[in-house]
Design a protein around this ligand. Structure first.
Ligand code: CAA
Length: 288
């Protein structure tokens, strides 16, 4: 089954990027948000990114127009009914995802493949929210979606080869490199990345080194493009916290446990770039 038309649920940080790269690669793409305001915010960030690409000489004004013409925003899940693939990129909340997938299952044609962009929830559990578990898989993108080349393609014990092949071909068609992984919490990247980011917070918490020294150590000592605390802010400390909680719950290993400082920052509304304050102050350019 070839993917021709794509639906994306959620037009936040990840959903807007997924909808953008899909439309940019020529796929008619419908992106759904819960309210007109949230939708406008998401579509606005897509337009801003594309305009940034034009300003940098990475794409032409005609490419920008073609991408926007392939993109349709909606607040109705029913508008995704005839999509061949729907990628869900809603918040990391299982109850919310249950709601979305039950509704999608009722609304979409029987052949539609369902993917979740979850970073840490179980794709197998998500597949039980539908009557088509063999057509459910994980497509885990990375932030910023238009620039990061990887997609983790996650199959459960029940996902068919046809579904994996069709979804992987679509990922390649939108310019991504695919790695295949089984359905374990965190897949490959977060299994390795999350304990590293949590350890960086512990190093700060224990007073071993300052924020800037920790970030510079990893940037200049290991060649990472961003230090771990900057990356935490960039990904969102609320997201990092909820991924850590889910991973700790799954593996019961101390290295996945969210450090108290992370919890306090989330409770204090310091979620990083998205709230303007995290380990860094994001109201300045560059963040200070
Ligand atoms: N349109 C088109 N191209 C653009 C663009 C735009 N709007 N903005 C930037 N680019 C291009 C640039 O022109 C540049 O291209 P060249 O390499 O050809 O010159 C490239 O993208 C890089 O852009 P910049 O030079 O402006 O930025 P940078 O070099 O500082 O890199 C970054 C930015 C790619 C984000 C880099 O800092 C990076 O890789 N950071 C790490 C990000 C990361 O680890 N992400 C994963 C997070 S974890 C996650 O997402 C999973 C999870 O579940 C938590």
């Amino acid at each position: 089954m070839a993917i021709r038309k794509v639906g994306v649920v959620g037009c936040g940080l990840m959903g807007s990027g997924i909808a953008q790269v899909s439309a940019q690669a020529g796929f008619p793409t419908v992106v759904r948000e819960v309210s007109p305001n949230a939708l406008e915010k998401g579509l606005g960030s897509i337009r801003k990114f594309l305009q940034g690409g034009v300003d940098k000489g990475k794409l032409t004004p005609a490419d920008l127009e073609k991408t926007l013409a392939n993109l349709k925003g909606t607040v109705e899940l029913a508008d995704l009914a005839d999509c061949d693939l729907v990628v869900e990129a809603a918040s990391e909340n299982l109850a919310l995802k249950r709601d979305v997938f039950e509704s999608l299952d009722r609304a979409c044609k029987p052949e539609t493949l369902f993917a979740s962009n979850t970073s840490s929830l179980s794709i197998t559990e998500i597949s039980t929210f539908t009557k088509r578990p063999e057509k459910v898989l994980g497509l885990h993108f990375f932030n910023p979606v238009p620039l990061m080349k990887l997609v983790e393609v996650v199959r459960t014990l029940r996902t068919t080869d046809e579904a994996v092949t069709a979804a992987s071909e679509w990922c390649r068609a939108i310019g991504k490199t695919v790695v295949s992984t089984g359905d374990t919490t965190g897949f490959v990247v977060n299994r390795l990345l999350v304990p590293y980011m949590l350890d960086a917070i512990r190093v700060l918490e224990q007073g071993l080194a300052s924020r800037d020294d920790i970030d510079n150590a990893m940037k200049l000592g290991c060649g990472y493009p961003m230090g771990p605390l900057f990356l935490g802010d960039y990904v969102g400390l609320d997201t990092t916290y909820s991924i850590a909680e889910i991973m700790f719950d799954e593996f019961k290993e101390a290295r996945f446990a969210p450090p108290p400082l992370l919890k306090r920052m989330v409770l204090a509304g310091r979620h990083g770039r998205k709230t303007g304050r995290g380990f860094y102050d994001w109201s300045t350019n560059p963040p200070s």
